[in-house]
Design a protein around this ligand. Structure first.
Ligand SMILES: Cc1cc2nc3c(=O)[nH]c(=O)nc-3n(C[C@H](O)[C@H](O)[C@H](O)COP(=O)(O)OP(=O)(O)OC[C@H]3O[C@@H](n4cnc5c(N)ncnc54)[C@H](O)[C@@H]3O)c2cc1C
Length: 465
């Protein structure tokens, strides 16, 4: 029997079944009990390889578990599936302070990587609210972005090499440690952002950067979205490359995170339409602070910033980031319907306006909270009012938003379905894509377009056979 074979590979204590599985939640945002048939916890690449090989031989579907912080249900396992969790593979293998690399197993949390880099005066720049729980393997598998994308890029830009295990147990070693590597195929790219559909990431070589010696932060208010984009262009130019974060909060989100029961208090009045948490990171504390403040003063002078508060301590900076990171405030109101959409800056305001208008027209009781990394993505979350009847199913909402995204030329929604697994390398259009076509008239592509900006709106799964 398969379970006994798996126990023989990873040990009795590392194959969880029954109540041990049910006592775990589905994920960060979904606290229902996990339904997997079993959770298998290998401790090494060799064990991952042998577990997958056994599952492959019997056609057993496997779902990969990282830190379970993904917000698109990629790690939701059903009763007939086995979950392979990377939680025991949490070793930081080595740090090379000269080459500025770190070699880690896939189950190390992002925050541990950041802290380890700091010990060497270095920076691991990928950072987002789930840093304490999200694994580096999950971050690479989802090509996570976060607060520093505008300066350092997404996870892809911080992965120099990796090791992955295919569904049949074959180990793919691609542990490159160099920044320049033009030796033929860059195999690691197949596993970054493909959510485990092509294999399990087991180890990674990460690129580290020099730690900035100074950080300047401010919260500013802008009267219009156009002013926000003007401010972005202005401050990026004025800082000469040291802009490191540009986080936008629409009014409703700002009020939510600065009004009890939220812990945050409003550093600026709650009356403005747009709030930007802006940050720069440089190498000269005295000069950088002056340059930062001058740039903000010039923006006020030009009229696209109408109010601003500049941080003078680390505690103030932490308080600002706590506002931006307080996504849980939305969950306090109930289970949200979340849209996490990347789109060109020029399209962002129109897209948000139209989504909001349509939602309000059809379901007036909805509340929405919009925030995001400008120059990276905007995220819209909506909540169904408890009194409201006849609310749509989540999927229908998602597909309608998908139709909008396609119409404004933002690429297609893409459902990484079971068929996208190794067994069938050329995926067919999934049911959701077909439904989207019926609903929007847009014709979904058979493949994600290289370089296309894909609205990540549909349910994403990563079973591998
Ligand atoms: C509060 C909060 C803030 C967030 N902010 C951002 C943000 O700013 N930007 C952003 O991009 N994302 C953000 N996220 C989502 C982010 O993508 C995920 O948190 C993270 O990347 C997933 O890592 P994980 O280890 O939790 O993976 P999981 O959620 O466990 O898994 C995610 C997917 O990757 C697969 N997977 C996991 N591990 C592996 C592996 N080793 N090999 C292959 N496949 C694997 C899973 O099967 C699943 O399909 C946020 C999430 C939260 C909760």
């Amino acid at each position: 029997m398969l379970i006994e074979k798996l126990i023989a590979i990873v040990g009795d204590a590392n194959v969880l079944t029954g109540e041990q599985v049910r006592s775990r939640a589905v994920g960060w945002a979904d606290r229902r009990p996990c339904q997997a048939n079993a959770i298998v916890r290998p401790g090494s690449t060799d064990e991952v390889s042998r577990v997958l090989s056994e599952c492959h031989a019997t056609g057993q579907p496997v779902v990969l578990f990282g830190g379970l912080t993904g917000l698109v249900q990629g790690s939701v396992a059903s009763a007939h599936e086995i979950a392979l969790s990377l939680e025991r593979m949490h070793r930081i293998e080595s740090v090379d302070p000269i080459g500025r690399t770190m070699t880690v197993q896939a189950g190390v949390a992002i925050q541990r990587i950041q802290e380890e880099a700091e010990k060497h005066g270095l920076l691991y720049p990928v950072d987002f609210g789930a840093r304490g729980s999200a694994h580096i393997g999950g971050s690479a598998a989802t090509n996570a972005g976060g607060n520093g994308v505008i300066r350092y890029g997404m996870t892809r830009e911080s992965v120099l090499g990796l090791e992955a295990v295919l569904a049949d147990g074959t180990v793919i070693p691609a542990m490159n440690r160099m920044l320049k590597n033009n030796a033929a195929y860059d195999v690691k790219q197949l596993f970054i952002g493909t959510e485990g559909t092509l294999g399990v990431i087991t180890r990674l070589v990460l690129r580290l950067r020099e730690s900035p010696r100074s950080t300047q932060s401010a919260l500013v208010a802008c009267p219009t979205f156009t002013d926000v984009t003007r401010f972005l262009k202005h401050i990026d130019g004025a800082l000469g490359g040291s802009l490191s974060a540009f986080e936008l909060m629409w009014n409703e989100f700002y009020r939510l995170v600065t009004t009890p029961p939220a812990k945050g208090t409003p550093p600026l009045p709650q009356t403005y339409d747009y709030y930007v948490l802006v940050e720069s990171a440089g190498g000269d504390p005295t000069r950088d602070q002056a340059q930062f403040e001058e740039a903000i003063a010039a923006a006020i002078e030009a009229g696209f910033v109408v109010d601003a508060v500049v941080c003078s301590s680390e505690a103030q900076r932490d308080a600002l980031w706590a506002l931006r990171d307080d996504v849980e405030g939305i969950f306090r109101l109930g289970m949200p319907v979340a849209f996490d959409v990347s789109l060109p800056l020029a399209e962002m305001e129109g897209y948000v306006t139209e989504v909001v208008e349509r939602l309000e027209r059809e379901w007036p009781a909805y509340r929405r909270f919009v925030f995001g990394h400008l120059g990276d993505d905007a995220a819209t979350s909506s909540r169904r009012d408890a009194q409201h009847r006849g609310a749509p199913r989540h999927r229908t909402l998602r597909l309608r938003a998908a139709g909008l995204a396609e119409r404004v030329g933002l690429g297609r929604t893409w459902h990484r379905s079971r068929e996208a697994a190794l067994a069938q390398p050329l995926p067919q259009p999934s049911r959701d894509c077909i439904d989207a076509e019926a609903e929007t008239g847009a014709r979904p592509e058979r493949h994600p377009e290289p370089g296309a900006c894909v609205a990540q709106l549909s349910r994403s799964r990563s079973p591998i056979h």
